[in-house]
Ligand binder design. Structure first.
Ligand code: NAD
Length: 262
């Protein structure tokens, strides 16, 4: 049987770890050639690339710094040469920094806005002509429950994720008649290195123990009292790539254990 995404090419930013890695794995499993991106240990990234290639697709690693607009444009030009274009773009690379606004480092603010929001603009700007030429496309951005609600000490992240949703809704309207859908997925807390890394800062900012941060801060917001898994987020991304999801566009889909229902 032909796989659902056979002949397609997917580019997942920030896919050397966490949610992006799970998304790259399901997309490759569904037959898409895959371009992974992100930072990390070179040998570990090559191991990941080889595992994806072993699924029977072409897997390529692009080391692009997603805060660099010119480098993003060059990555999509290179993808057009290698694969003829990108059919599925997942804007997923993201970082977090936790501090009160009056102590928030300006360089962290600029970095988070660049990576969590502006990178998606640069990527969409480059990929939309490729998708229009092929009359099909899926653009999925990993937003967050923080695209819908705020939490203290996460000003840059909350701002960037709200902006990412506005960008996606605008893009959805612009490309609606071209067979291209544009959506956001908004997870609650997913157990990944990004969450692990913010525990010490939250401990310091709020004067709490590690257990208190996990149970009283992170899972406090999530009515199911359980972390979302990367595989669950990836399954939703795969669904958005299916024909069944062709009329879902401009949406911001929550996968947050009921957090934003409260
Ligand atoms: P992660 O830290 O495991 O992965 C982040 C990825 O981004 C890594 O591959 C990293 O190398 C890459 N990256 C970092 N800076 C980069 C740069 N300048 N250029 C290119 N790649 C870069 O984090 P994660 O939890 O898997 O997060 C992935 C996305 O999901 C982020 O956008 C995050 O905001 C979002 N998200 C995460 C959670 C959660 O609870 N983990 C919840 C909601 C939304």
């Amino acid at each position: 049987m032909t796989k659902m995404l056979a002949g397609k090419t997917a580019l997942v930013t920030g896919s050397t770890s966490g949610i992006g890695l799970a998304m790259a794995t399901v997309l490759a499993g569904a037959g898409a050639n895959i371009i992974i991106n992100g930072f990390g240990d070179a040998a570990a990234i090559e191991t990941e690339r080889a595992k994806l290639a072993a699924l029977g697709v072409t897997a390529f690693y692009a080391p692009t710094d997603m805060t660099d607009g010119d480098a993003i444009a060059a990555m999509f030009a290179d993808a057009a040469t290698r694969f003829g274009g990108v059919d599925i773009l997942v804007n997923n690379a993201g970082i977090q920094h936790v501090a009160p606004i009056d102590e928030f480092p300006v360089d962290k603010w600029n970095q988070i806005i660049a990576l969590n929001m502006s990178a998606a603009f640069h990527a969409m700007r480059a990929v939309i002509p490729q998708m229009k030429a092929r009359k099909w496309g899926r653009i999925i951005s990993t937003a967050s429950a923080h695209s819908k609600v705020a939490s203290p000490f996460k000003s840059a992240y909350v701002t960037a994720k709200h902006g990412l949703v506005g960008l996606s809704k605008t893009a959805a309207l612009e490309v609606a008649t071209h067979g291209i859908t544009v959506n956001c997925i908004s997870p609650g807390y997913v157990w990944t290195p990004l969450v692990e890394k913010q525990i010490p800062d939250t401990m310091a900012a709020r004067g709490l123990t590690r257990e208190q941060v996990i149970n009283d801060v992170l899972l406090e917001a999530q009515p199911t009292k359980a972390f979302v898994t990367s595989d669950q987020v990836a399954a939703l991304a795969l669904y958005l790539c299916s024909d069944a999801a062709a009329q879902i566009t401009g949406a911001n889909l929550s996968i947050d254990g009921g957090w934003t229902a409260a």
